[in-house]
Design a protein around this ligand. Structure first.
Ligand SMILES: Nc1nc2c(c(=O)[nH]1)N[C@H]1C(S)=C(S)[C@@H](COP(=O)(O)OP(=O)(O)OC[C@H]3O[C@@H](n4cnc5c(=O)[nH]c(N)nc54)[C@H](O)[C@@H]3O)O[C@H]1N2
Ligand SMILES: Nc1nc2c(c(=O)[nH]1)N[C@H]1C(S)=C(S)[C@@H](COP(=O)(O)OP(=O)(O)OC[C@H]3O[C@@H](n4cnc5c(=O)[nH]c(N)nc54)[C@H](O)[C@@H]3O)O[C@H]1N2
Ligand code: SF4
Ligand SMILES: [Mo]
Length: 693
């Protein structure tokens, strides 16, 4: 391959520049951007990166459409209209930076914790996501943000059970005989794993999908187990019950490499398949068959994704599933075991990147990003601390993606809140900004990435010059630091220097530069001989650390906060999984992708629709005490009876009547990890009074 690489493409050249996909997706693909005369003309998958194999999803194949979008923000903007109206006027960088620096400094002088950074994984890059920004806010002594909105229930469950975000190498799923795809729509959200699963299928493997929704992935598996949302732990405990009853156990592995077997056995024996069938709402025979398959087909692998942990008992559910491979000794084989996230395997030098020493002994309060609605509305108090006076948002669109959006909107609409948003586009959140600062995209800046669905470090080189006056996030925080006169040399580190600091000597940077990726070393079957990164070195069925916090040391079924049968007013359980052509709320404004998605919709089983007189395609109102969401009904067996699927996450202003699905979701948190419970949500649905044609 002729990859001539240049950082500053000069005119009259055709270049092919290696990068990495920045999006919050397990696949972290290698990109190859064609640049002609300084313009990016095509973005393709890097054929030399094995996991990418030259293939991108539809979303990122459209990256030039997103990059050169006519609505791209090209200059700093200052608000001229009321908050939320989206009325702004262009200002110079000098004017914006001077005013922002002065406002933040004034707040920091009396109450640094009244400043709140708010960011997530709009880019997963370590430089544009967690480097200069952290240094800047640490220096100020701003509030810390608990970044829980996606994965912290499952993440905490893995830490407590396996010792970290660790698991199988994704490529070995191709050699499995049985694959359980559990709480994951792989075709939509983990395409490159699905390619390995397809290889396994061609080699004769059986694929089982465990998901309340009949997703595209469920369509392509041999079996689909459509359990009720929030009942996965009950299913996992019943599987354990059957493994015990039929002695499909690896006694030697259990004795040598696990902790708490006797207690777990007693717990599992309380879960005969009949009991779980009742809780999960599935046939008992399906559970028995699944247990037989899991107990007898080898090697057996589980691909969990985060879908199951967005309910009250999400942490326990992941813990219960994570016990299964140790019971059967599946870990002995490289094609056995499980994978939820591989991110804990990467030797990120976070102290070097974040520089927590800049806190200089201060311990600011921590605010949970999942309760931003309530927290922006809280007054000062001894328990909460000062009222939030300034929020700086980057790599996130909380007005669209955070739960209970009625509250979030109210919070961001506060006249006395100073809001700065670093963005590419006029998102729902940007509409509430006092200043919008134009940020570069992945094609325009340096970054370095870990992945949560494979084990390669990826380097991203800029392919084109910044569009308009855009600056990288790191540059913007560097500029703000300079305005404030911060002299620590760490505020002068360039983006490329930050790339090198992210892994220090733990990764061969020369290799990253020459081939665009570097594969982490590590055994093919990491837990074949135990060696779990837990305190005991074993797979911890029983977690002494949880017990010490007064929690259940064993996994259990923890029922949803909003349990069906307990509310006559809101009888339907709603889940809101991702739409295939959006990535969370990113890409909703890319017309070609929005056209494929069509319109905001709610999948509803024909029985539930008929009982409410709702016709396919009609406009409906989905509501509960928190709010009301308007969308189109899609009457379909993709939804199981009693459960509706509100596919996410539309921009409010591009949806119907300025609403999206998070109008109805709640700020209640999970059992572990302080995470949101998006899929633990009761609603009612009715034909909309506004039913337009
Ligand atoms: N195309 C696309 N890809 C994405 C995203 C996107 O928005 N669009 N989002 C990205 C992000 S941020 C993440 S975190 C990842 C992973 O994101 P995930 O949230 O894991 O998303 P999915 O892979 O769609 O899998 C979720 C599946 O879980 C199912 N589900 C819902 N409730 C339950 C339950 O209680 N039990 C079980 N067993 N299943 C349940 C849903 O129906 C859905 O099919 O995907 C990433 N990839
Ligand atoms: N109802 C419901 N709600 C959900 C979910 C669900 O399944 N159901 N999923 C949840 C999950 S898993 C997640 S991860 C969250 C995701 O929520 P967010 O992390 O907020 O993700 P996005 O909606 O993709 O918004 C990311 C924003 O970052 C911007 N961005 C991208 N790159 C850069 C950059 O380099 N610089 C700057 N300044 N900005 C950039 C993009 O333009 C985009 O507007 O949503 C959660 N919300
Ligand atoms: S969103 Fe995922 S599948 Fe699509 S290009 Fe990025 S990493 Fe690859
Ligand atoms: Mo996520």
């Amino acid at each position: 391959m002729s990859a001539s690489i240049s950082v500053n493409p000069t005119p009259q050249q055709v270049l092919s520049v290696r990068g990495a996909c920045p999006h919050d997706c397990p696949d972290t693909c290698g990109l190859l951007t064609t640049v002609e005369n300084g313009l990016a003309t095509r973005v393709q998958g890097n054929p030399d990166h094995p996991h990418t194999d030259g293939v991108l999803c539809a979303k990122v194949s459209k990256y030039t459409e997103r990059t050169y979008h006519p609505e791209r923000i090209l200059t700093p903007l200052k608000r001229t209209g009321a908050k939320g109206r989206g009325q702004f006027t262009p200002v110079t960088w000098d004017e914006a930076l001077a005013d922002i620096a002065q406002r933040l400094q004034a707040i920091a002088a009396h109450s640094p914790e009244a400043i709140l950074p708010y960011s997530y994984a709009g880019t997963m890059g370590l430089v544009q996501g967690e480097s200069m920004d952290r240094r800047f806010f640490h220096h100020l002594g701003a509030s810390l943000l608990d970044r829980t909105i996606c994965a912290s229930a499952g993440g905490e469950a893995l830490v407590q059970t396996l010792g970290g975000k660790v698991g199988m190498k994704v490529e070995f799923f191709a050699e499995s005989q049985l694959i359980l795809i559990w709480g994951s729509n792989s075709i939509g959200s983990n395409l490159h794993f699905w390619r390995y699963a397809q290889q396994a299928k061609r080699n004769g493997a059986k694929l089982v999908c465990i998901d309340p929704r009949k997703s595209e992935t469920a369509d392509k598996c041999h079996e689909h187990i459509a359990l009720r949302p929030g009942t996965d732990a009950a299913l996992a405990l019943a599987l354990m019950h059957e493994l015990i009853a039929h002695d499909w156990l690896d006694h030697d592995y259990i004795a040598q490499h696990t902790l708490g077997w006797e207690q777990l056995r007693d717990r599992a024996l309380q879960w005969p398949p009949e009991r779980a069938a009742e809780v999960c709402g599935i046939p008992v025979e399906q559970i028995r068959q699944l247990a037989r398959d899991y107990g007898t087909m080898k090697p057996a692998a589980i691909r969990l994704n985060y879908g199951m942990q967005r309910v009250r008992g999400g942490g326990n559910a992941v813990r219960a599933v994570a016990c299964l491979p140790a019971l059967t000794g599946a870990w002995r084989h490289r094609a056995g075991g499980m994978l939820l996230s591989s991110s804990g395997q990467f030797p990120v030098q976070r102290a070097a990147l974040h520089r927590p020493d800049l806190l200089a002994g201060r311990t600011p309060r921590t605010i949970n990003m999942s309760t931003i609605g309530d927290d922006l509305l809280r007054e000062a108090s001894p328990t909460f601390g000062p009222k939030v006076e300034a929020v700086v948002v980057y790599n996130s669109n909380p007005v669209a993606v955070a739960p209970d959006s009625g509250k979030v909107v109210q919070g961001f609409a506060r006249e006395d809140l100073f809001t700065v948003v670093l963005e590419h586009f006029h998102t729902d959140t940007a509409d509430y900004a006092d200043y919008i600062l134009p940020a570069t995209t992945q094609l325009e800046h340096w970054d370095v990435h870990l992945a949560y669905g494979h084990t390669d470090v990826m380097l991203n080189r800029p392919a084109i010059a910044p569009v308009g006056e855009a600056r990288s996030n790191a540059q913007i925080f560097r500029d703000l630091a300079a305005r404030m006169g911060l002299t620590d040399p760490c505020f002068a580190d360039s983006d490329e220097t930050l790339c090198r600091q992210a892994f220090g000597n733990a990764v061969d940077y020369a290799l990253l530069e020459s081939q665009g990726f570097a594969t982490l070393a590590g055994p093919d079957a990491p837990f074949a001989e135990g060696n779990f990164p837990t305190p005991s070195g074993r797979c911890e069925f029983f977690s002494a650390r949880l017990a010490a916090q007064g929690m259940d040391g064993l996994p259990d079924h923890v029922p949803n906060h909003e349990l069906q049968g307990t509310s006559a007013r809101y009888p339907l359980a709603m889940i809101s999984p991702p739409a295939r052509n959006f990535l969370n709320s990113t890409f909703v404004n890319v017309k070609s992708l929005r056209t494929i998605e069509g319109r905001p919709l709610l999948e509803m089983h024909p029985d539930d629709a008929a009982a409410r007189g709702i016709a396919d395609g009609s406009t409906v109102r989905v509501f509960n005490d928190r709010g009301s969401y308007e969308c189109h009904a899609e009457v379909s067996t993709r939804a199981r009876p009693g459960v509706v699927n509100g596919l996410g996450i539309w921009w409010r202003k591009l949806g119907l009547n300025g609403t999206n699905v998070n109008e109805v979701t709640s700020q209640a948190l999970t059992d572990l990890g302080r995470a949101p419970t998006f899929y633990d949500c009761l609603v009612e649905v009715e034909a909309s009074a506004n039913a337009a044609a």
